[in-house]
Design a binder for this molecule. Structure first.
Ligand code: 0X9
Ligand code: ZN
Length: 413
């Protein structure tokens, strides 16, 4: 199916430098650049954020950005260095492939990207085939009133009898490969339970809660209006910019500075108060409820891109969980399992020191407040060539290699 625009879905510009428009953002001729910021340059960073259409990878010294052709010169003049990572973002979007046509769940689901409504249908149809050991669960509600729809999967202990594994996908709207991948986890667990003893052992060991799209409003907006939208779709009183970053809104170390933005126009806007995004309220309630009942063995927050497996913490670069060595051991073995499938190389390590500082992020909350034994953020393929718009022919290779990494973690956890 092609994208369909209805008048209800037409919305204003997603970034400050462009006037409101009444159509889908056209990225033809836009470039993706990896820019190096001058040392200690918060001011330059702010100017870059203002000038570009999107910051793709909100790092500290290096940023991946998408910039309109007319602004390339001004951008390169601002920064210390820059390298083109994609000559034409519009052309890369076209390579993503046509939307799939809906059919009952089968392996072919993982050969195309899909409209939001079909993702929900996929989950419902999958669950309907395995009613004795799965259920559809509602984890919360979005800003615009959509449900955060998840699937719970259990084994021979019965529903709700084993330690929890919580998996979140598509926190960031534009990271489409992450809903495909988390759906593949659910698909594997259910379709292989009866025929594969090694999968059965995992399903019998844990209670799985997989929510492939925890940011439904943002996801829909990325399909109708701006393919590179990241945040939720929450407004801010007195400001025209939209969206809180769900991965900067968790109520743990939210108030710490340096790992999120207080500017509502920024891609990493943290919100007005800790946990003030409705999506976060639902996710927090899920984590708290499972902490208090069966306990959480493993939490996975699945993002793209960069090929990383990141452990806590985001808010402090020299702080480690007391079971850091075990976190690194699980991550290292998962990275090896991924590499064994396809040769794809992952980097692993503590989030802040390996990638960049984040405050109010998911895995810090699940590690400390959620008391999860293990918490990881996955950053899936690739390393910037296609970025968020990974071509459809990379969906199957990506979901398969990632599943090998996750199976390795589930065995070790
Ligand atoms: O910045 C983020 O939220 C994640 N990267 S992304 O490009 N997908 O936006 C990384 C978050 C990792 N950090 C922690 N969870 N601490
Ligand atoms: Zn992300």
């Amino acid at each position: 199916m092609k994208y369909i625009l209805t008048s209800a879905l037409l919305a204003s510009a997603s970034f400050a430098s462009v006037v409101p428009r009444a159509q889908k953002v056209d990225y033809t001729g836009f470039k993706a650049l990896r820019v190096t910021l001058p040392q200690g340059s918060d001011n330059v960073k702010a100017q870059v954020e203002n000038l570009v259409a999107h910051v793709l990878n909100p790092g500290q010294s290096e940023l991946d950005v998408v910039v309109a052709p007319k602004d390339v010169e001004a951008l390169t003049a601002l920064v210390a260095g820059s390298k083109v990572i994609n000559e034409d973002v519009g052309a890369a979007l076209a390579e993503e492939g046509e939307m799939g046509v809906y059919a009952v769940p089968s392996e072919s689901w993982f050969t195309a990207y899909h409209p939001y409504a079909d993702h929900i249908q996929f989950l419902r149809d999958l669950q309907a085939g395995y009613t004795s050991n799965s259920a559809i669960v509602t984890v919360g509600t979005s800003v615009q009133g959509r449900t955060l729809t998840g699937i719970q999967i259990w084994g021979n202990g019965g529903r709700g009898s084993r330690p929890a594994v919580i998996i979140h996908g598509n926190v960031h709207a534009r990271e489409w490969i992450t809903s495909m991948t988390t759906e593949y986890f659910a698909w594997q667990l259910l379709t292989k339970y009866a025929s594969d003893a090694s999968i059965k052992a995992l399903v019998d060991k844990f209670d799985f809660y997989i929510t492939p799209i925890v940011n439904p409003d943002g996801f829909l907006y990325s399909q109708t209006t701006d393919r590179l939208w990241r945040k939720n779709r929450q407004t801010v009183s007195g400001n025209t910019c939209v969206g809180r970053d769900i991965n900067r809104n968790w109520p743990f170390k939210w108030e710490v500075t340096g790992g999120a933005s207080t500017n509502p126009c920024s891609e990493t806007y943290k919100g007005v108060a800790a946990g003030d995004a409705p999506e976060n309220r639902g996710l927090v309630a899920q984590v708290n409820q499972l902490r208090g009942s069966r306990g959480i063995s493993l939490y996975l927050d699945v993002h793209s891109y960069g090929q990383y497996i990141l452990s806590p913490y985001g808010y402090q670069c020299n702080l480690r969980p007391e079971n850091d060595a075990q976190h690194q051991s699980l991550a290292s073995r998962a990275a090896a399992a991924i590499r064994a499938v396809s040769g794809t190389q992952y980097t692993f390590g503590p989030s802040c020191s390996t990638l960049y500082a984040t405050t109010g992020s998911s895995t810090d909350y699940t590690d400390v407040t959620g008391n999860a034994t293990y918490s990881f953020t996955y950053e899936l393929r690739d390393k910037g060539t296609y970025g968020f718009t990974l071509p459809a022919n990379q969906i199957q290779p990506t979901v398969r290699e990632t599943w090998a990494g996750v199976v390795s973690m589930l065995r070790d956890a």
